[in-house]
Design a protein around this ligand. Structure first.
Ligand SMILES: [Zn+2]
Length: 149
């Protein structure tokens, strides 16, 4: 199904780190990195860093869900498969990102993230909702539901 307006998203190539712009209606066609030619796999959460975070958020026209996590964090590990499911089932509707707070302290501090996991939903480049702590899928779906107009 195509809509008249095609949204684009900006994602970091997980192999070479190059930022790529991808049209949402092409995500299922197997887009490839413009720099290294390897696939951009949007059916799973993508890692993002201090270096790329701002631009990815600013240049992505669909909602972005960011998982602030750390490798040593048990509840974060519990959330991982839930986020995998969300990324796969809502591919092209929601961009799911993971930010390793140990390696990317600038972004963590910029958003005042003090405990992990913290999930922040961005709409139009701005924080729209926040959830701290591991939550079941149903609660995550509520977070992702657009506010009533
Ligand atoms: Zn690449």
């Amino acid at each position: 199904m195509r809509t008249e307006t095609t949204y684009t998203l900006t994602v970091e190539c997980q192999f070479c780190g190059t930022l790529n712009r991808v049209a949402v209606d092409r995500v299922a066609d197997g887009p490839k990195c413009g720099s290294c030619g390897r696939p951009i796999l949007l059916d799973r959460p993508l890692h993002v860093s201090d270096q790329t975070f701002q631009q990815v958020i600013r240049d992505t026209e669909i909602p972005v869900l960011v998982d602030f996590y750390a490798n040593w964090c048990g509840p974060c590990k519990m959330m991982a498969p839930v986020l995998d499911d969300v990324a796969r089932e809502r591919m092209g509707q929601v961009l799911v990102l993971k930010l390793d707070t140990d390696r990317n302290p600038v972004t963590q501090q910029a958003f005042g993230v003090r405990s992990i996991p913290t999930l922040i939903l961005f709409r139009d480049g701005r924080e729209a909702a926040r959830q701290t702590g591991a939550v079941p899928r149903a609660q995550l779906d509520t977070l992702l539901t657009p506010p009533a107009r």
